[in-house]
Design a protein around this ligand. Structure first.
Ligand SMILES: C[S@@+](CC[C@H](N)C(=O)[O-])C[C@H]1O[C@@H](n2cnc3c(N)ncnc32)[C@H](O)[C@@H]1O
Length: 392
């Protein structure tokens, strides 16, 4: 028989999972060892191998997802509830059960009708979002409808916008680009402008933001929407990233972003950001094709690399790892992480770089050359732009 509030809560969770009424579980008030963890969300998923629970750990700059069989998931959650996470909300059937404990071991358990609680949590969740759902620009870009509701098919984009705003806020704080300080930002390959507008909305008049995009029609639309929203600090320019004139003193930047700019456009953007003196660089690379013809598999990997998908993943890994090593050589501290859970988009790898130390360290240079040589890489766009030969 369950005795404590915690045991009763876990028993309710197990019963809801086995009865198929389990909708979701959120764990908050984190008190564990990892300071980057915010909360943990759990929901049911059906995989080929049968029903599972998807556990999504939300960190400051990334989501980490684990799909576990129900029994394993419940065993893991039992150890977390009331320990690492002091609060837990279970949504099952038409009820919500709240378990709350404090570090002293006192706890309470309350079950409420789902409709009342869902309304509250929906409201709370909205308040936590950095970008208000009723922002006019979200509607103008087609993400929300006139009632501020996310349009069908735009949920992933909406979530990406919110997550990017959150990641941006953390990274600027980490880079010492403190709140209130004016920021000069360039967004290379700004596309339809979703993330560029997110920054404009987030930062208001504090930032001067320029989007660069090769498709003139998108530039025209984004400039019109910026005007209509009276974002006088936001503008878009048509152009190829790699063909931009070298930045002069009036082009200095604090932050360079390039999200999903294709293939070597990411390298062109990074090189521009470095030359423009950006303290923070944020890129989310896409379609890493450049190195594929050069990649030679070490003999032991050859049988595995018969498979095209592994070759593709290896090219992504080698390209992005080399970019991070080059940025470190250029004087930056890097982080490579998934900025949004893979269930929302496959294009989720992010590299952030914060100016941290003197550039040109020979030890770093030698190590990155060894890495390149291991994979048979002789040239890579960012290395070329930084005038660092990969072979000697
Ligand atoms: C996949 S979209 C991403 C748009 C936006 N950054 C986002 O993440 O929502 C990539 C955009 O980069 C633009 N692009 C690709 N290569 C470029 C280049 N060399 N110069 C300028 N724009 C480029 C494309 O036209 C496209 O609109």
């Amino acid at each position: 028989m369950p005795s404590s509030h915690r045991d009763k809560f876990i028993a309710q969770l197990a019963a809801a999972v086995s009865a198929g009424t389990f909708a979701k579980l959120t764990l908050g008030k984190y008190r564990g060892a990892d300071p980057t963890v915010h909360n943990l969300h759990v929901r049911p998923v059906t995989l080929k191998s049968g029903p599972h629970l998807a556990l999504v750990w939300r960190h400051a700059t990334q989501d980490i997802t684990k799909n576990l069989p129900p029994d394993e998931a419940i065993a893991l959650l039992s150890g977390l509830i009331g320990a690492d996470f002091l609060h837990a909300h279970l949504f099952a059937g038409n009820t919500v059960t709240q378990f709350e404990s404090d570090p002293g071991g006192r706890s309470r358990l309350k079950t409420t009708a789902a409709t009342a609680v869902a309304a509250n949590t929906g409201h709370d969740r909205e308040k936590q979002h950095l970008i208000p759902a009723d922002s006019r620009w979200l509607r103008d870009l087609g993400v929300t409808n006139p009632h501020g509701q996310v349009r069908e098919g735009m949920a992933d984009k909406y979530r990406q916008i919110q997550k990017f705003a959150e990641v941006f806020q953390h990274l600027t704080a980490e880079a010492g680009l403190t709140a209130g300080q004016p920021l000069r930002i360039a967004d290379m390959g700004s596309g339809k402008g979703y993330l560029t507008f997110a920054l404009a909305g987030l930062l208001g008049g504090r930032a001067v933001i320029r989007g660069i995009e090769s498709r003139p029609a998108l530039v025209e639309t984004c400039n019109r929407i910026a005007r209509e929203n009276e974002f006088t600090h936001l503008s878009f320019t048509a152009g190829q990233i790699g063909a931009l004139p070298a930045p002069g003193t009036t082009d200095e930047l604090d932050v360079l972003i390039a999200l999903h700019a294709c293939d070597t456009a990411t390298d062109d953007a990074l090189a521009y950001g470095l030359k423009a003196g950006a303290r923070l660089l944020i890129v989310s690379p896409c379609c890493q094709k450049e190195l594929r013809p050069q990649l030679t598999a070490p003999p032991v990997l050859a049988p595995a690399l018969r498979h095209g998908i592994f070759q593709e993943r290896q090219a992504e890994f080698v390209t992005d790892a080399l970019r991070a090593l080059l940025l470190e050589w250029a004087g930056y501290r890097t982080k490579v992480f998934e900025f949004i859970s893979t269930e929302h988009t496959a294009k989720n790898l992010m590299i952030s770089a914060i100016e941290a130390h003197a550039p040109g360290d020979p030890g770093r240079r030698d190590r990155l050359r060894e890495f390149a040589a291991f994979y048979g890489i002789r040239t890579q766009r960012l290395a070329t732009l930084l005038q660092l030969p990969l072979t000697v």
